[in-house]
Design a binder for this molecule. Structure first.
Ligand SMILES: Nc1ncnc2c1ncn2[C@@H]1O[C@H](COP(=O)(O)OP(=O)(O)O)[C@@H](O)[C@H]1O
Ligand SMILES: [Mg+2]
Length: 454
């Protein structure tokens, strides 16, 4: 608070005059008004007194032997200890030039001798009031600056806390989605592994017996041939049956049927292998694997989504695989990443097909692999669908974010993939997209096993 009332009790005034009578007169006057007064009979003594204990105000005579008032004032202003002490000059010199010189060398006011007591008091009080106000202003400034700093610090603290909170929330969401997904995958994985095993048995004996059946059929056909040669005159009943059967046709067709059964069995075996490969329940541990195998298995499982009802290709897949060493990773989880990203690409292309996006080009998924800087394996999965807007792209890795209708999308695929690639493998997962031209997902995995975090 600013107080205009001068507190005379504490005010310390230094009076400087080479005439003792003047000195006494002035100091008595000031003493009577309750000021603390010190006296100096020369400029030199005045400087010493001011330097040892700076007063609140100096009344300074100009004309003094040895060192005049101007010089005293200049020296006072030149010293950091006394530069702020206001100086009122007292002088018989009444010339404008003299007064100007007094102000030039730093004087705060000027009183002409012989002085009026009232004037002196008014000017002294005036200077002291200014001084006190300056002090109060300074104190207030310091207080305000402290207040500002404190507020800034509080604001920073709040901001940091808010960020921490946001991070914790994201982490919580991610953990939750991971739990949901892990739970789902582990039961799905068990189901798939069980099914694959159950189907594998009968398929194995069908596959094994087809060859025997084929051989027996060949033998029987040869035997019939032999009968025809050895017994050229058949009974009418046999002749009729032969005519009905069209033996030559049956012989040719049976071979084709057995051939296609072989192909069918091989295809079932492939699917089973892919399912086992994909779920990899037997391989929960870190293991060196061929990533291309994982990609191929995933594509086989997605095969039905790549063709249309008539069995023709609906979405073309181009693979550009580089020579890759085996990479050490959690195979089932990495396959899950391929599945999530490839399924998203198929979703995006299906949506684009429905919207009539493909007029002058065909829906295409490209899977490229390469070795980068000798210690990173990169898998690029891109599609030529409608791409992802910047706004959507900023959110795709957030758990539960989806643009798909309820029941179609869970919004977990990419957030799970992110955890698997980045957190469990110390790799990177990035998305690039130019809206209208498609989307690309880049999976980068470290070759080095030491980088595995889990
Ligand atoms: N290849 C892609 N093309 C366009 N959008 C994509 C593509 N991949 C992902 N997205 C966007 O990312 C969102 C999140 O994907 P994801 O986490 O797998 O959840 P979901 O597939 O259940 O929606 C999708 O809803 C979609 O908007
Ligand atoms: Mg998805």
């Amino acid at each position: 608070m600013i107080n205009n009332q001068v507190n005379a009790d504490k005010m310390d005034i230094l009076v400087v005059d080479d005439t003792p009578i003047n000195l006494r007169l002035l100091s008595n006057l000031l003493n009577e008004r309750g000021y603390e007064v010190r006296k100096a009979i020369s400029g030199k003594l005045a400087l010493l007194a001011a330097a040892s204990h700076p007063p609140d105000l100096i009344l300074l005579d100009i004309m003094m032997p040895e060192m005049d008032g101007y010089e005293v004032c200049q020296q006072l202003k030149a010293s950091p200890i006394t530069c702020d002490v206001p100086v009122i000059f007292l002088s018989a010199l009444d010339d404008v030039a003299d007064k100007m010189k007094a102000f030039d060398c730093g004087g705060a006011d000027y009183i002409t001798k012989p002085f009026q007591v009232k004037e002196v008091m008014a000017r002294v009080e005036n200077q002291l009031t200014i001084l006190q106000q300056k002090k109060q202003l300074k104190a207030q400034n310091i207080w305000l600056q402290k207040e500002i700093q404190e507020r800034q610090e509080t604001e920073l603290l709040l901001k940091a806390q808010r960020e921490k909170f946001q991070e914790a929330l994201q982490e919580l969401k991610r953990t939750q989605s991971q739990l949901v997904q892990t739970e789902k995958m582990s039961s799905l994985g068990q189901l798939v592994a069980g099914l694959a095993h159950e189907i594998n048995n009968p398929v194995t004996f069908i596959g094994g017996n087809i060859n025997h059946a084929y051989q027996y059929m060949q033998d029987l056909m040869d035997l019939i041939g032999l009968y025809q040669v050895e017994y050229p005159h058949q009974t009418p009943a046999i002749e009729e049956a032969l005519e009905l059967l069209d033996l030559a046709y049956v012989k040719g067709d049976l071979e084709k049927i057995i051939e296609s059964m072989k192909v069918g069995v091989e295809r079932i075996r492939n699917i089973i292998r892919s399912l086992q490969n994909f779920s990899r329940l037997d391989q929960a541990q870190v293991k060196p694997v061929d990533l291309h195998e994982g990609i191929d298995s995933t594509l086989i499982l997605l095969q039905s989504r790549l063709i249309n009802e008539s069995g023709k290709s609906k979405i073309q897949v181009v693979k550009r695989f580089a020579e890759l060493p085996r990479i050490t990773c959690y195979p089932a989880e990495i396959n899950q990443v391929f599945m999530n990203i490839l399924a998203n690409a198929i979703d995006a292309l299906e949506e684009a097909i429905q919207k009539g996006f493909f007029v002058d080009k065909n829906p295409l998924i490209t899977v490229c692999t390469k070795l980068e800087e000798n210690d990173l394996v990169v898998v690029n999965i891109s599609d030529n669908g409608m791409g992802i807007s910047e706004e959507v792209k900023n959110q795709i890795f957030n758990p539960f974010f989806t643009t798909k209708p309820v029941g179609r999308g869970t919004g977990l695929g990419l957030s799970i993939s992110y955890s698997i690639v980045v957190e469990a493998h110390g790799g990177q997962l990035n998305c690039f997209s130019i809206p209208g031209q498609g989307a690309e997902f880049k999976i980068a995995l470290p070759l080095n096993v030491d980088k595995l975090i889990k």
